[in-house]
Write a protein that binds this ligand. Structure first.
Ligand SMILES: [Zn+2]
Length: 241
C-alpha cells in the first residue's frame, strides 16, 4: 500500500455504520487532533478489530494515510475500554456529551495534548469509583471550561472583558468573552458572585475536585460558557445537564 502510516493514540468520539460491514470513526488523536477513519469489514463476525471501535474506547491505532480524505484503520489495541462507564446511564450520557463537545469545539487536525488528556481524564473519572460525582453537572461544566481553555476560548474571568475594571463585575457578555463591570453591562446578562466563583474555581481545580454550586449559579455558568463559545468559536454545545 502506498502512503504513510500514522501511529497514534485515539479516543473514539463517534462510530457510524457504513456500507455492509464497515464503520466510519470520528477520532480524537494525540498525533493529529480530529481525524476521520474507515474501519473496513469491522462489522463481520470474525473481524480482528472486534468490538473496540465503539464510542469512548481509548485505543492505540495504526492508521494508513492514502490519497483520500479518510484514513484507514490497519491496527488497533485497547488502552482502556472504560467498561464501568458503560454500565450506568448517567456516566454514559455524560461521556457522550463530553465527546460531542470535543467534536464540535476541536475540529482541527492539529494535536492538542491538553484537550486529549482532559478527555481521557474525564472518561476515567466517569469509569472510576467517583463516577456519580463525575456525571453531575458541576463536573460536566468544569470539563467544558477546561476544554474551552484548551481550545483557546476560555472566558475572561479576572477583570471586565470590556474595560479591564477589576471591581463590580456583575454581568457576563458572550460577545465581550467574559465578565463585565456595571458600567459595561449593556448586552450582558446578570452573573451572580456564586456563578463567577464557580467558574474561577472550576478552572483552577483538578477535574476530580470540581467545586459544587447551587442550581442557579450553575445555570448562569453554563450560559456564560455557552455564549462565549457561540460568539468566539461559533459552536453551540448541547445542554450540560
Ligand atoms: Zn467594564
Amino acid at each position: 500500500m502506498r502512503g504513510t502510516t500514522v501511529k497514534t493514540e485515539a479516543i473514539v468520539l463517534r462510530s457510524i455504520r457504513y456500507g455492509e460491514a464497515d464503520r466510519i470513526l470520528h477520532l480524537y488523536t494525540t498525533a493529529r487532533g480530529r481525524v476521520n477513519a474507515i474501519a473496513k469489514g469491522v462489522r463481520r463476525p470474525r473481524s480482528r478489530f472486534g468490538g473496540r471501535l465503539e464510542p469512548f474506547f481509548r485505543l492505540d491505532m495504526m492508521l494508513h494515510e492514502g490519497r483520500g480524505e479518510l484514513l484507514t484503520v490497519t491496527g488497533v489495541s485497547t488502552v482502556d475500554g472504560f467498561a464501568r462507564l458503560r454500565a450506568t446511564g448517567l456516566s454514559l450520557t455524560a461521556a457522550a456529551r463530553s465527546c460531542d463537545a470535543v467534536l464540535r469545539l476541536l475540529d482541527s487536525a492539529e494535536p492538542n495534548p491538553p484537550a486529549y488528556n482532559l478527555l481521557c481524564r474525564y472518561l476515567s473519572l466517569l469509569d472510576g469509583p467517583d463516577r456519580e460525582r463525575a456525571a453531575r453537572v458541576e463536573t460536566a461544566l468544569a470539563f467544558r471550561l477546561k476544554l474551552a481553555l484548551a481550545a483557546g476560548f476560555a472566558p475572561e474571568l479576572g477583570s471586565c472583558a470590556h474595560c479591564g475594571e477589576a471591581e463590580h463585575l456583575t454581568g457576563f457578555s458572550g460577545a465581550a468573552g467574559g465578565v463585565v463591570c456595571a458600567a459595561c453591562e449593556a448586552g450582558s446578562f446578570e452573573l451572580s458572585e456564586a456563578a463567577h466563583r464557580f467558574m474561577v474555581e472550576a478552572i483552577a481545580s483538578p477535574l476530580a475536585e470540581a467545586p459544587g454550586g447551587e442550581e442557579r449559579a450553575l445555570r448562569q455558568a453554563e450560559r456564560a460558557i455557552g455564549e462565549t463559545l457561540e460568539h468566539h468559536a461559533h459552536v453551540q454545545l448541547r445542554s450540560a445537564a
